[in-house]
Ligand binder design. Structure first.
Ligand SMILES: Cc1cc2nc3c(=O)[nH]c(=O)nc-3n(C[C@H](O)[C@H](O)[C@H](O)COP(=O)(O)OP(=O)(O)OC[C@H]3O[C@@H](n4cnc5c(N)ncnc54)[C@H](O)[C@@H]3O)c2cc1C
Ligand SMILES: Cc1cc2nc3c(=O)[nH]c(=O)nc-3n(C[C@H](O)[C@H](O)[C@H](O)COP(=O)(O)O)c2cc1C
Length: 770
């Protein structure tokens, strides 16, 4: 095979040597516009896992990298006068120049042809090769030449950063967070060889502008940073190497190959430097591409296989990098956190490292996190949180161990209490409201008793009943429960009494009006589809149907609003009779109140349309009326759709204002969901995909939040809570799958959550994997 490789960065060189190694008859030529030692930047970081992958691909390169690299375990966080250290992270770093030299030496030894100082202006000149590899970095000219086939996008981030070096040796991966008159400066620093460290300085654009750096050359940048970090540098100088201030571009391509041209490394994708993975990704691409070429005779097939093999891992890492870079864009938000929580939120910012991972890496650090969290939870709830004997969970099928000595520890964050007004929850797990479409004439029945009763027995601190409608016409479907007839309150009372009498859980009601999504079918018969027969008229903020074929709702009049308010108040009184502990007003998911909040569904020209303040007017009138009727000692929450996932709809910043208004009206906690406003929304699903909105609202508004959406492991729950991203974690489908989710999480963490008396025999039972 004849391969033309454009670019002698880590991707191009590693690919070239691996390909040549598979068969010396391959003709591999690398074109590089610079000399090899012209490289930008200083060091690159690798993790343990990357080193193992590299060793499998080429033991010689891997051995040389290990011999020349610098290794360490600690991360040091310098924050508000304190230094917090976390250990067990197993990093190594290497100078970029050294890495390129190792790769280039190996290329030469294997017979790769190197054409240095040879810029490829037009890759068409190379197309007679069997394969043209675009390894020409983030600004790839090859990619741009065929852009209509690769369809690249560049998400240029707002922060400014500069990659500097220093002679100061850092004992750990070091983060500085340093405020000055212009704003907050972040430093990411690590040593990569004796007397050489990378020192990346990052700031918000406004901070950087205020410091006058927009016009600064390399010398001014160095002078400014040396002054700013004089204490931290302890007399060491900063070094530059084409060190210009830049904005990080996250590059993605819809396709990574076109005919015989393939993208690799930064040309295909970039990942923010705060996850330190650009070089790793580039080298892993090379491994995958060479493997695919070995397995497929025809190059186009190999390129399809290469992209198929690599895309999931790359996209997963890009998601982690996105979460990480956003943390660094928003660091100002976290600067009032207690040092230990700040450190924890920094360490878990990308979602890849969890409470559980850190417990394995650094048990002492996590003991401090858990003890701090439990102490503040105890103070908040006004109840003691005793230390618990926390023995390792018994291995499945292992014989019961004879009285092993108890290790006393703070409970995991999920098993700490939380107070909302007079209500104290014994833990922070919440069963999300889930419509069952199983009621008769608005009356809940045995299905609801068993459904909610078993979830309460399952150990969650709070169980939400499904959306419960304030009138007959407010129901989503004819099978939705309500609170508009006395018999509804009595039927709910039976369920509430079971939860109170037989479990430790508390139970909440979610009051709603379906608005334009009323008079539709059950979820499994066609979500939001109009009923085949027996439809009733629907109302909304504006006369806009959900689907083009849905009923056109009537725009509510002032008189209709008064009627809806009266219905909510009647339902509130019935909820009091039923004995619910918490009442949530449903202002999310495109139902009636949500239809007022979103500009996509509210096009009114009266006092209830236009500005966000106007759009919130009616939902707040409803809230105030309910709050007035609901007992003062009982808490209220509101579920919101933080974003609409649609152009022109609600954005995260709007939901901060919504939460601010709710707080001003005495809402106790915001239940932060998203979307379901319009039929053509494009949600960005992923693990914990809505949690960042809860995090932002909690910190920017200072109101308690519940996070919901794809939270499914106890690691996620503990991490969200300990990082302060939310006060409660709400799980829906995970609880359908496993009503005993909280009990099983307790068992897996070795937390002694006692079973109800009739099940007491389980306190000594050892389950086996199915
Ligand atoms: C501030 C900063 C810090 C970083 N820190 C880390 C880190 O700690 N760990 C990590 O793994 N990664 C890090 N990275 C990312 C890392 O540098 C890149 O992801 C990695 O270099 C990508 O390798 P590559 O081979 O795809 O591209 P590059 O390394 O960019 O190589 C591309 C090569 O192509 C050459 N070239 C370009 N156009 C042409 C042309 N037309 N003709 C011929 N030659 C051409 C260039 O001169 C260059 O040598 C960091 C990046 C930045 C910006
Ligand atoms: C079967 C089902 C019914 C639901 N019904 C409601 C509801 O009545 N009220 C509500 O606010 N959300 C409802 N939702 C949304 C969930 O409460 C939750 O926000 C969503 O499923 C995301 O959480 P998860 O990823 O943990 O499932 C429902 C979800 C499911 C799966």
């Amino acid at each position: 095979m004849k391969a033309a490789v454009v670019g002698a960065g880590p991707a191009g060189l590693f690919f070239a040597l691996l390909l040549k190694k598979t068969d010396p008859r391959h003709e591999v030529v690398v074109y590089e516009r610079n000399r090899l030692d012209d490289t930008f930047g200083f060091g690159v970081v690798f993790s343990d896992a990357t080193e193992q992958a590299l060793e499998g691909a080429d033991a010689e390169v891997s051995a040389a990298m290990i011999a020349e690299g610098h290794r360490w375990d600690d991360i040091e966080i310098h924050y508000r006068g304190r230094v917090l250290t976390s250990t067990g992270h197993a990093f190594s770093a290497l100078s970029r120049q050294t890495l390129l030299r190792i790769l280039a030496d190996r290329c030469r030894a294997l017979g790769v042809r190197m054409c240095l100082e040879r810029e490829i202006q037009d890759p068409e000149s190379l197309r007679d090769a069997d394969l043209v590899l675009a390894a020409d970095g983030a600004n790839s000219a090859v990619r741009e030449r065929y852009r209509e086939h690769f369809r690249p996008s560049a998400d240029v981030r707002p922060n400014k950063f500069v990659w500097l070096g220093t002679s100061k040796p850092f004992p750990a991966f070091t983060f500085y967070f340093k405020p000055d008159a212009h704003g907050l400066w972040r430093v990411h620093a690590y040593q990569y060889e004796p007397d050489h460290s990378t020192f990346i300085v990052e700031a918000r654009d406004e901070t950087w502008q205020a410091a006058g750096l927009a016009r600064a050359g390399e010398a001014e940048t160095i002078a400014f940073c040396e002054r700013l970090f004089a204490t931290e540098l302890e007399g060491h100088r900063l070094l530059s190497n084409r060190s210009i201030w830049r904005s990080f571009p996250t590059i993605r391509n819809e396709r990574w190959h076109h005919e015989n041209v393939a993208l690799i490394g930064d040309a295909a994708h970039t990942a923010h430097f705060s996850v330190g993975s650009g070089t790793k990704l580039a080298m892993e691409d090379a491994i995958a591409l060479v493997r695919a070429l070995a397995m497929h005779e025809r190059i186009p097939q190999a390129l399809v296989a290469y992209e198929r093999a690599r895309r999931p891992a790359v996209e997963s890492l890009q998601r982690a990098a996105q979460a990480s870079l956003m943390w660094f864009e928003d660091t100002e938000r976290y600067m009032t956190l207690e040092p230990i929580q700040f450190a924890f939120t920094l360490l878990t910012r990308s979602l890849r490292v969890t409470h559980q991972n850190l417990k394995v890496r650094d048990p002492a650090f996590m003991a401090e996190v858990d003890a701090w969290f439990a102490a503040q939870a105890s103070a908040q709830a006004g109840v003691p949180v005793p230390a618990i004997p926390l023995n390792p969970p018994p291995a499945a099928g292992a014989p019961p161990s004879p009285a092993s000595p108890a290790i006393l520890s703070a409970p995991p964050p999920m098993f700490t209490p939380f107070r909302i007004r007079g209500l104290v929850l014994s833990n922070r797990v919440v069963v999300s409201p889930m419509s069952q479409y199983s009621a008769e004439d608005g009356t809940p029945n045995d299905w609801h008793l068993v459904h909610l009763g078993s979830r309460a027995l399952g150990g969650a601190g709070l169980v939400f009943a499904e959306m419960t409608d304030v009138s007959e016409e407010a129901r989503i479907t004819p099978w939705c429960p309500g609170l508009y007839q006395p018999e509804h309150a009595a039927a709910w009372r039976r369920i509430v009494d079971f939860v109170h009498g037989r479990t430790e859980s508390k139970i909440a009601v979610q009051l709603g009006h379906a608005g334009r999504k009323a008079s539709t079918r059950r979820l499994w018969e066609g979500d939001n589809e109009p009923l085949p027969a027996g439809n009733w008229p629907v109302v909304s903020a504006s006369a806009i149907p959900y689907y083009p074929h849905s009923q056109v709702p009537k725009e509510v009049t002032r008189a209709d609003m008064d009627g809806v308010i009266a219905d909510f108040v009647r339902a509130t009184r019935l909820a009091i009779e039923a004995g619910f502990d918490l009442l949530e007003v449903h202002m999310a998911h495109g139902y009636l109140l949500a239809s007022f909040i979103s500009p996509l569904t509210n096009q009114r020209s009266d006092d209830y349309g236009g500005s966000l303040e106007n759009r919130m007017r009616f939902p707040l009138e409803v809230f105030d009326a309910v709050r007035g009727a609901w007992p003062a000692h009982k808490p209220m929450s509101v579920r919101i759709s933080a974003v609409d996932w649609a152009p022109g709809g609600m954005q995260a910043a709007d939901s901060v204002e919504v939460a601010r208004l709710l707080k001003a009206h005495d809402c106790d906690i915001t239940d932060v969901s998203a979307g379901q406003t319009v039929a053509d929304a494009k949600p960005q699903y992923g693990r914990q995909f809505q949690t960042p909105f809860a995090d932002r609202i909690r910190h920017e508004v200072g109101i308690a939040t519940m996070a919901v959406g794809n939270i499914s492991s106890y690691q996620d729950v503990n991490t969200i809570l300990a990082a302060g991203r939310a006060d409660l974690c709400v799980l829906a489908r995970a609880h359908l799958w496993d009503p005993y989710w909280t009990r099983h999480a307790a068992y897996e963490q070795g937390y002694p959550l006692p079973w109800p008396d009739p099940y007491a025999t389980l306190n000594k039972y050892k389950p086996r994997p199915i």
